[in-house]
Structure formats: structure tokens, C-alpha cells
Write a protein that binds this ligand. Structure first.
Ligand code: NAD
Length: 501
């Protein structure tokens, strides 16, 4: 394992600021202090240094944002769709102008490599671009004489009111964009609650977006934890909640929305299987596999977790996989020469170590150990290097549960049927990938696998903005998914007009 270079060698690569102070909420077009003394430290995970404090807003602050969003709703929904689309163009322009800075803040508070942060910001902007097509995306349909002779029938899609989003820590500058641009473009108003672990990217984004001159109350930001989230879930004035995060919290949010009659999209945790067939082009696929398992330090809902070696590919695959992973350079995300950053927190390091120790106790063989990796000059960072557990079997805990760190488990199977069987036996169904040169094999895999996003010769099957971000089983609760036309349906209601003159 090569560790990252010392600070002096790249100190020209700076984060935008060293300390962001105590973050504020953005409610009704104004920056306001949260009405609480409860705060959490926000850390730079590469250094362990505190770079800001996030207020844990009480329910009253969320209620103030909901009131502002409700008050703003009727004017906003009666703003013509083409005018709302123009706001999306303005927002895109502002994000492009501040692209590098926003990406650097995401790296600073999350730890990911700067290229991954840039990729994240790009995906965010693509959602704004897609939402700019709202005049055609939210059109209804019309049938002349649809009800009877001289009685026409049509469907219009209408916005519904106030919606909200509860965000995860791992893509602070992208995941919320699967929702809010579409909510605003369809004529709803919105409240965003960032993850309390990575709230600064969105704080900075709201500062940038002030120049878009959205009407006050249309787009609000409330920092906090469960307390603020629950106030959103319980409010009768919120029509629906979108959530991305872990499965236990996703289940809670989906159930609570059911109790209060709200619409809900809850995209949840994952444990993704990557199957490698004997005919796979391993050398070509290896960089892609590295990105899947170790990119974003494994903290990605589409990350590879279980590497399934089919038949006699096992020896060659294992050897090349370990060799490639051993070469990944671990270090701070702003150092472009590194390939893998830290994980989010000391608690996360502890949890990942626990899974590794548990795996060894259950009989897996640790053939690459990322514990104790050192990054000179960054001793306070939360480091775990690429880790590989051979001789893993599907029923072992580390193959079943989401570790959310740079840990790969190698599982040997006899054939494609067995690979599909163990993939489908997982409680999760976020994504599944196969590496093969056979179209017939790939088709069988994509047809039978119970996962929402399927990759063929791709280890991170991330849907573009104009496709739904799918998910099945314990990875998803709801019926409409984030992004594209699915989420436009989620944010609008069908009204049927039956008309005789
Ligand atoms: P998390 O569930 O801990 O937190 C997510 C959000 O929920 C945060 O904003 C948090 O404040 C809030 N929250 C936590 N407990 C709550 C409660 N009891 N009631 C209401 N709100 C609560 O998730 P995380 O650790 O921030 O994110 C990582 C998880 O997100 C992983 O499981 C990952 O797989 C998942 N994820 C899924 C997708 C997807 O599309 N399926 C995408 C990205 C991340």
C-alpha cells in the first residue's frame, strides 16, 4: 500500500475555507440562525479537524420553513412552467460558475477524491438541465369525445404543495438534486434537510443560488438531525417526503409517511454483487472494478461489495484484483495524485474494523488488510485502505450486511445460476453487475436478477438524470423513483377533466 504524499507537496490545492463557523438555515429567502444551542461538529475526515458546526434545529424551525413554503406555494405554482424552467437555466449557470468551489467543499467535508466530487457536481447539474424541460415533462393528455360524443376528457398534471428531502452524507452535492429541481420546476415548494455529517456543501450551494432570485419561501434549507426530519414527516402541510439513506431509517420514514398520508420515496441501503464470468475481459474491467469497490471509499449505494468469481476465473481474478487494489494510493481527496480518500468518521472506521474482525472469525481469509494504513501529515484522518476478504461465503455477516467502506469479499461459485441465486438471496436489491463477453449470459443475468440497476461490464450502474434511479427489496420503499419522469409524476397529481359545452 502506498500512502498519500505529505502536506507540503500539494499545499497549492486548498479547500475554499478552513472554518465555516456555525451554519445557518435559509427560510423564506433569509439566512436565519437556528433557535437552538444544540450543535454538532463537522469534520474534515482527511485531517480530523473541525471545519464548522451544524445546528440541530428544533421542530419549530422546520415548522417555520414549512409555513414559508406553504405561503409561497400559490404564487409559485401559478408561475408558468416556461418561467419556472428559466429559473433552472439560471441555477445551472450559477452552479457552472461555482463548479470547482462546490466540488472542493464536498471533498473537504466528505473526504472523496476531488474527481469524484467533480463527477458528483456534474451529475447534479444534469438533473437541473433535465428539470429545465418541465413544460413538456409535465404535460397531460387529452381525448376528443373521450367520454361520449361531444364530451371531451383530459388529464392535467398539477403540483401539490410543499415537499421535502432528507439527505444522506455520502453524496452531499448530488443526491438532493434527484428531487428538488423537479419539485421546483413542477411548481411545488421545497425544504431540504442536509445530512448533519456533510451539511456545508449545501450551505455553500444555497449561498450561490441566492443570485437565482427565486421568490422567498420557494426553496428552504433547514439543518438538523432526526428532530428536524420528524417535524417534516409529521406536518399536515407537507404533501410528500423524499429520503435517501440507510434501510432502517428508510423503513421508519416510509411507515411514518404512510401514517400521515404523505407521498414518499425512500431510497435505502445496499449490498451489491458483481459477477465475473470465465470469459470476462479482466484486464479491461479492472479499473472499473476498482472504482466500483473502492471509489468514494466504498461509501456509495452502487458500490461493489461482493465479488462473485464464476468457475475457473477465480485464481486469475483474485490475483489481479488484489494487485490492482494494493496499488491504490490512499490520501486526502484534494491531492489529485491519490485515488482513495478517508471514510467519513472515526465511528465509521471502528464499524468497518468490526466487520473485518467478524469476517475473519467466521472463516474468511484477509488477503489485503486496509486497517492501520498511514498517510504522512494526516495522522488525524479517518483512514481505511482497500481490504479484501477471500474465502467468503454468502451467508457470512460481512457478505450480507452493508459495510459502507472499502471492503471487498470474494465469493466463489460454480456457474451463472448460482451467481444469480446468491445475488437474489440478498435482502437488498440496489444494483447488480456482470462482466462477460456473452450477450446470452448478460441477458439471462439482467432478466433474472432482482436489483433495480443492472450493469453489464459496468460496476457502477448509475442512471443518468433522465432515467429513474431504481432500487428493489430493502433498497427501496415506494413506487416512483428519484430523477427524470418518475419523480415528475411523484411531484404532480393527475386531475381528470370531463367537459361538455
Ligand atoms: P442515514 O440513514 O443515517 O441518514 C440519512 C438521513 O436521515 C440524514 O439526513 C439523517 O439526519 C436522517 N435521519 C437519521 N435517523 C433518522 C430518524 N430516526 N428519523 C428521521 N430521520 C433520520 O444514512 P447515511 O449514513 O447518511 O447515508 C448512507 C446510507 O445511504 C447508506 O445506507 C447508503 O446505501 C444509502 N444511500 C442510498 C442511496 C440509494 O439511492 N439507494 C443513495 C445514497 C446513499
Amino acid at each position: 500500500m502506498r500512502a498519500g504524499v505529505a502536506m507540503g507537496e500539494f499545499n497549492c490545492l486548498k479547500a475554499p475555507k478552513e472554518d465555516y463557523g456555525t451554519l445557518k438555515n435559509y427560510i423564506d429567502g433569509e439566512w436565519v440562525e437556528a433557535t437552538t444551542d444544540r450543535t454538532l461538529d463537522v469534520e474534515n475526515p482527511a485531517t480530523g479537524e473541525i471545519i464548522g458546526k451544524v445546528p440541530l434545529s428544533p421542530a419549530a424551525d422546520m415548522e417555520a420553513a414549512i409555513k414559508a413554503a406553504n405561503d409561497a406555494y400559490w404564487d409559485w405554482r401559478s408561475t408558468p412552467p416556461i418561467v419556472r424552467a428559466r429559473y433552472m437555466f439560471k441555477i445551472k449557470d450559477l452552479l457552472e460558475k461555482n463548479f470547482e468551489e462546490i466540488s472542493r467543499v464536498a471533498t473537504q467535508e466528505h473526504g472523496k477524491h476531488i474527481d469524484e466530487a467533480r463527477g458528483e457536481t456534474r451529475r447534479a447539474i444534469e438533473n437541473v438541465e433535465t428539470a429545465a424541460g418541465i413544460p413538456t415533462m409535465m404535460m397531460g393528455y387529452h381525448l376528443e369525445d373521450g367520454a361520449a360524443k361531444n364530451i371531451d376528457e383530459m388529464v392535467v398534471r398539477q403540483p401539490m404543495g410543499v415537499f421535502g428531502h432528507i439527505a444522506p452524507f455520502n453524496f452531499p452535492g448530488m443526491v438532493p438534486y434527484w428531487f428538488w429541481p423537479y419539485a421546483l420546476a413542477t411548481g411545488n415548494t421545497f425544504i431540504l434537510k442536509p445530512s448533519e455529517q456533510t451539511p456545508i456543501t449545501l450551505q455553500r450551494t444555497f449561498e450561490v443560488l441566492e443570485d437565482a432570485d427565486l421568490p422567498p419561501g420557494v426553496f428552504n434549507l433547514v439543518n438538523g438531525d432526526k428532530t428536524a426530519a420528524d417535524a417534516m414527516l409529521d406536518s399536515p402541510d407537507v404533501q410528500g417526503v423524499t429520503f435517501v439513506g440507510s434501510t432502517p431509517v428508510g423503513k421508519h420514514i416510509y411507515a411514518r409517511c404512510g401514517e400521515t398520508g404523505k407521498r414518499c420515496i425512500a431510497q435505502a441501503g445496499a449490498k451489491n454483487f458483481l459477477t465475473v464470468m470465465p470469459d470476462a475481459e479482466i484486464d479491461r474491467a479492472m479499473p472499473n472494478m476498482m472504482a466500483s469497490f473502492f471509489g468514494n471509499s466504498g461509501q456509495r449505494c452502487l458500490a461493489g461489495a461482493n465479488l462473485v468469481a464464476v468457475g475457473d476465473i477465480y485464481d486469475e481474478l483474485k490475483e489481479k484484483f488484489v494487485a490492482a487494489a494494493s496499488k491504490l494510493k490512499v490520501g486526502p481527496g484534494l491531492d489529485e495524485s491519490c485515488q482513495m480518500g478517508p471514510v467519513i468518521s472515526a465511528k465509521s472506521v471502528e464499524r468497518i474494523h468490526g466487520y473485518i474482525e467478524g469476517a475473519v472469525k467466521q472463516g474468511a481469509r484477509l488477503i489485503l488488510d486496509g486497517r492501520g494504513v498511514e498517510v504522512p501529515g494526516y495522522e488525524g484522518g479517518h483512514w481505511v485502505g482497500p481490504t479484501i476478504l477471500d474465502d467468503s461465503t454468502p451467508e457470512m455477516t460481512h457478505c450480507q450486511e452493508e459495510i459502507f467502506g472499502p471492503v471487498a469479499s470474494i465469493i466463489r461459485v460454480a456457474d451463472l445460476e448460482e451467481a444469480i441465486r446468491i445475488t437474489n438471496a440478498s435482502p437488498f436489491g440496489n444494483s447488480a453487475s456482470i462482466y462477460t463477453q456473452s450477450g446470452r449470459v448478460a441477458r439471462t443475468f439482467q432478466y433474472k436478477c432482482q436489483a433495480g440497476n443492472i450493469g453489464v461490464n459496468l460496476g457502477i450502474p448509475a442512471p443518468m438524470a433522465y432515467f429513474p434511479f431504481a432500487g428493489q427489496k430493502d433498497s427501496f420503499f415506494g413506487n416512483m423513483h428519484g430523477q427524470g419522469s418518475d419523480v415528475v409524476q411523484f411531484f404532480t397529481d393527475s386531475k381528470v377533466l370531463i367537459i361538455r359545452w
